[in-house]
Structure formats: C-alpha cells, structure tokens
Design a protein around this ligand. Structure first.
Ligand code: PEP
Ligand code: MN
Length: 339
C-alpha cells in the first residue's frame, strides 16, 4: 500500500500514520521528497480497508498495490485452473464448453425435447432451473426435487453433465446426487453463508456476477468458496445493471479478459441474461468466445413463447444449432476448440 501524505502534513501526523501501519503488521519505508512524504507499506495482510488510512489527519491519498484476494488471484496458479469431469470433459483448457437448456425445468416433455436438440447440436452440459429466484413471489418458482430428477435422467439419456442453481444452504444436500455443477445466481453472489457451505463440497461451483457487482467483488466471492477448500470455481459474466434500458442487462464482455488476467479460474459468459433478447444472444455469444470465454451458458426452449420463465431470451432450437456452427468456426481462430 502506498500512502501519500499532504504537503502540509506535520511530522507528528506522519509518525501517527507510521505507528498505525506498524500496528497492523506492515513494514514501512519512508521517502521524504522536496514537497511530500510517501510511505510504502509492505506486509502479508490483505484484509485491510484503505479508507482507514485515508481518514487519518495529514493523509492525501492511499493506493492498494496488492490484490485483496489470495486464492483466486492469477499468481496462485499462473498456468490456469482446468476442471476435469468424470466423462472426460475439461473446463478451462483449450476446449470451450457450451452449456444450454431451458431457464426452468417445466415438465418432462419440455426438458427432454430441449435436451435432445441441444445435445444433437453439441451442448455438453444441460442447464435448467429447479429452484428459481424470481423477482415476483407470484411467478413460477420451479419444480424443485422433481426437476432435479428429470435433469439427471435427461443428462444421462443424452450424454450431458447437469448444472442447476442452488439458492440456499438447505438445498445443497438435496441437489448433490443429481447435479454435476452448482450454479450460484446473480442474486446470491454475496450470500456469504451459502458460499462458505459450497466451499465444503467436492463439486464445481459456477458463480455468477451480481447485477451490481464489481469484478473485485465477484473475485472476492469466489475467494469465499476457495477459502473453504473447494478450488473448482467457475466465474460467469451475465450482464450488469446500467442506465441502458434497451437490453435487460448490459453484457460486459470486457469482464472476460479482465477476469482471465486477474484470476486463474475458468470464465463463463451468459449472453441470455446478459441481453434478455433472443436476437442479441448469438452476437454476444460469438463475441464472448472471441474475448476468451472458457464456457458459454445459453438458454434454449423448444417453444419459447410458452416458456414459464425467460422465454424472450431463449433461443429456438434451430437458432441454437446455427450458433453452434458459428462458434465452431470462431474457436480455432482464437486457439480454442468446441467439443
Ligand atoms: C438463470 O440462470 O436462469 C438465472 C436466474 O440467472 P441469473 O442468476 O444470472 O439471473
Ligand atoms: Mn433464466
């Protein structure tokens, strides 16, 4: 951390800041220039708040040099994390994994119809919400356990892994036998108790960026899971809330290369929630792949106009198949392959 003192700072004020830094375990290097004193504080601590120093008398500005996270940072595993699944699929290497399926599992017919078309088109992971975080308490809330069973069955029948959203701690043990990847939704990105519990399990967790979360906050939420001992964390950009109203959210494509630089964790893009509009999903999926995404999460429905949730952003099966073809063309251009 660098603490720049004001030109008018007195010796007494400078001494007080140094004492404070030393008390917190930093070793301090003092440089006195012609006008200003600069304090360089070095130490192993990451859990400090720069504002603690900003408010001390005589301080002009404070800059954090080290990242506030340890385990999710790129330096922890410079080569990058690759997650290996039991069926040979890998996530985070040169393969790009496409996860697709309906927003919600609505019925056996619906899930199996969608699962069949997406697996034929090349999806390797089947998505489908069993527990739905809906803005309105009167909207469809998901089929719960029944949906989990259907997901497992469809996944096995069509040779796909299964991902589904966990909303609270009590659902974890219920979901464990049925799913391969736990999804933490945007609304739960900072549900720290849930993240801690997911740190104790042995299955990958896909953590979505909150609707108003900075990338640092996303990474710190990933740190909660890793700190518990679960190193199989997958991050996901799914659009953030901005002043723009044309799209449901603003898909922050730049989050992909930024996270890839700051962290070793695989990064996913969800252009369905990122745009909220079916006609904008394919362009954003193509852009995400080109920007370095390790996986894509895409909503598909065989009859989106009747979908119980997120129909407007769900691709028709033929749109999804076309997108897969396009992704297969783009992948080699950026040194990746679609499996
Ligand atoms: C979903 O994947 O259907 C979902 C609810 O996503 P998010 O948490 O990104 O809104
Ligand atoms: Mn959805």
């Amino acid at each position: 951390m660098i603490v720049a003192m004001q030109e008018t700072a007195t010796d007494h004020q400078i001494e007080r800041v140094i004492e404070h830094l030393v008390r917190m375990g930093f070793s301090v290097h003092r440089t006195t220039g012609i006008r200003q004193t600069i304090l360089a504080a070095v130490g192993a601590r990451v859990d400090f708040d720069t504002r603690t120093f900003e408010v001390l008398p005589g301080v002009q500005e404070v800059h954090r040099i080290s990242a506030p996270y340890k385990l999710v940072g790129r330096s922890f595993r410079p080569e990058g994390t690759v997650i290996h699944f039991s069926n040979g699929l890998t996530l985070g290497g040169d393969q790009v994994v496409v996860m697709a399926g309906p927003c919600s599992v609505e019925s056996r017919d619906q899930l199996f119809t969608v699962a069949q078309v997406i697996s034929k088109a090349g999806a390797r992971v089947l998505r489908g919400g069993a527990f739905k975080p809906r803005s309105s308490p009167y909207a469809f809330q998901g089929l719960g356990l029944e949906a989990l069973k259907l997901l497992r069955e469809a996944g096995e029948q069509f040779g796909m892994l299964v991902i589904s959203e966990v909303m609270e701690i009590s659902q974890i043990s219920m979901m464990l036998p049925y799913i391969d990847i736990f999804q933490v939704g945007a609304r739960n990105m900072q549900n720290f108790n849930l993240l801690r519990e997911l740190g104790k399990i042995k299955k990958p967790v896909l953590l979505k960026r909150g609707i108003a979360a900075t990338l640092e906050e996303l990474l710190l939420s990933g740190e909660y899971i890793m700190a518990g001992g679960n190193y199989e964390v997958i991050l996901c950009e799914r659009g953030i809330r901005t002043f723009e109203t044309y799209t449901r959210n603003t898909m922050d494509i730049s989050a992909i290369p930024i996270v890839k630089k700051l962290s070793h964790l695989p990064m996913t893009a969800d252009p369905s929630h990122g745009t909220g509009r079916r006609d904008k999903v394919a362009p954003m999926a193509r852009a995400s792949l080109a920007a370095g995404a390790d996986a894509l999460l895409i909503e598909v429905h065989h009859d989106p106009d009747t979908a119980l949730s997120d129909g407007a952003q769900s691709l028709f099966p033929d749109q999804f198949a076309k997108l897969m073809e396009e992704l297969r063309m783009i992948a080699p251009a950026v040194g990746r392959k679609i499996v």
